[in-house]
Design a protein around this ligand. Structure first.
Ligand code: ZN
Length: 311
């Protein structure tokens, strides 16, 4: 039996949040239901943020309500940035809460108008509230490998921050390459360092494919011992506060690769592809996913196959 890799599907949050046109709530609910049917067990469903800043997430409560009858083995994470968001997430019945800050002072300031240490203090108090109601938390370290304002970081830059988080009892960390700057050696070295120094931490990777290094970085993460990754169906998404940022690593592309390599993900590629193509239709533009264009490696064509040439 192959090694198990867990993918957290972020299409309905990180994926859709920068889409300029509002995607109706019913579609979001149906998207998540279809993904559950394709085998997805973990989601970052939505975010409880101010609707003025992220209008796409203004239906967070309705989306959660529409998915109340989910199976017990499916976990819904939601993102919150402040006390109000946490209270909303709790009332909406979230299974886990994600908090996030950026390791880059510049990026963090643009994103939250706070310094990194102020953001960390904020997270500390939010985690306390989640603890009171026994809701597990994941803390995301955005731009964990580098940022377009301050360049690529040495892995050591993470140590004091992770130390602080673990001192506060946080054991689940989402290390994010928000702007797709990390290369495989860096990912492997950084993850190895964190896993060695913080054996009690559950390390998850959140990778973007901005510079085409996403799949290679997944393999590098696995080589370092990481077994949990965020990804978005069709590879959509991106951070609005970082220049040139683009899509998350693409769920079906990564799952396809992992299955070929002998890993298990619990997901059905054919179902994922159908949902991905439907999303492309829905958004009315070509999406970054490559498997939806090329088909699976195991799809054989007859010898008579000819390229469709446009005139
Ligand atoms: Zn992201």
């Amino acid at each position: 039996m192959g090694k198990k890799i867990t993918m957290t599907e972020v299409v309905s949050r990180d994926g859709l949040q920068i889409e300029p046109n509002f995607i109706e709530t019913e579609y979001k609910i149906s998207l998540i239901k279809r993904l559950m049917d394709a085998g997805v067990k973990r989601f970052e469903v939505t975010s409880f943020v101010h609707p003025k800043y992220v209008p796409q997430m203004s239906d967070a409560e309705e989306v959660m309500r529409g998915l109340r009858d989910r199976p017990d083995d499916v976990t819904f994470c939601t993102l919150a940035l402040n006390e109000k968001g946490v209270e909303r997430a709790i009332s909406a019945g979230t299974d886990e809460i994600n908090f996030t800050f950026s390791l880059s002072e510049t990026h963090n300031g643009k994103n939250s108008r706070r310094s990194v240490s102020e953001s960390l203090e904020n997270i500390k108090s939010l985690v306390k509230r989640a603890d009171e109601v026994n809701i597990p938390v994941n803390v995301g370290i955005a731009t964990g490998f580098g940022c377009p304002f301050e360049g690529i970081y040495s892995p050591d830059r993470l140590i004091p921050v992770v130390t602080q988080l673990t001192d506060w009892g946080i054991t689940s960390i989402l290390l994010a390459d928000t702007t797709g700057m990390a290369h495989p050696n860096q990912v492997k070295q950084t993850c190895q360092l964190i896993i060695e120094q913080f054996p009690g931490v559950r390390l998850q990777l959140h990778l973007h494919n901005t510079r085409g290094m996403g799949a290679a970085n997944v393999v590098a993460g696995i080589e370092a011992g990481v077994t949990q990754f965020d990804s978005s169906l069709a590879g959509i998404g991106g951070c609005p506060f970082a220049p040139g940022a683009s899509g998350n690593i693409c769920t079906e592309d990564i799952v396809h690769m992992l299955h070929l390599m002998g890993y298990e993900t619990n997901m059905n590629i054919d179902k994922l592809l159908l949902i991905s193509r439907n999303l492309e239709e829905k958004l009315g533009k070509s999406l970054p996913g490559q498997l939806m264009k090329a088909g699976k490696s195991t799809d054989l064509h007859s010898k008579e196959w000819q390229a469709v040439t446009s005139k």
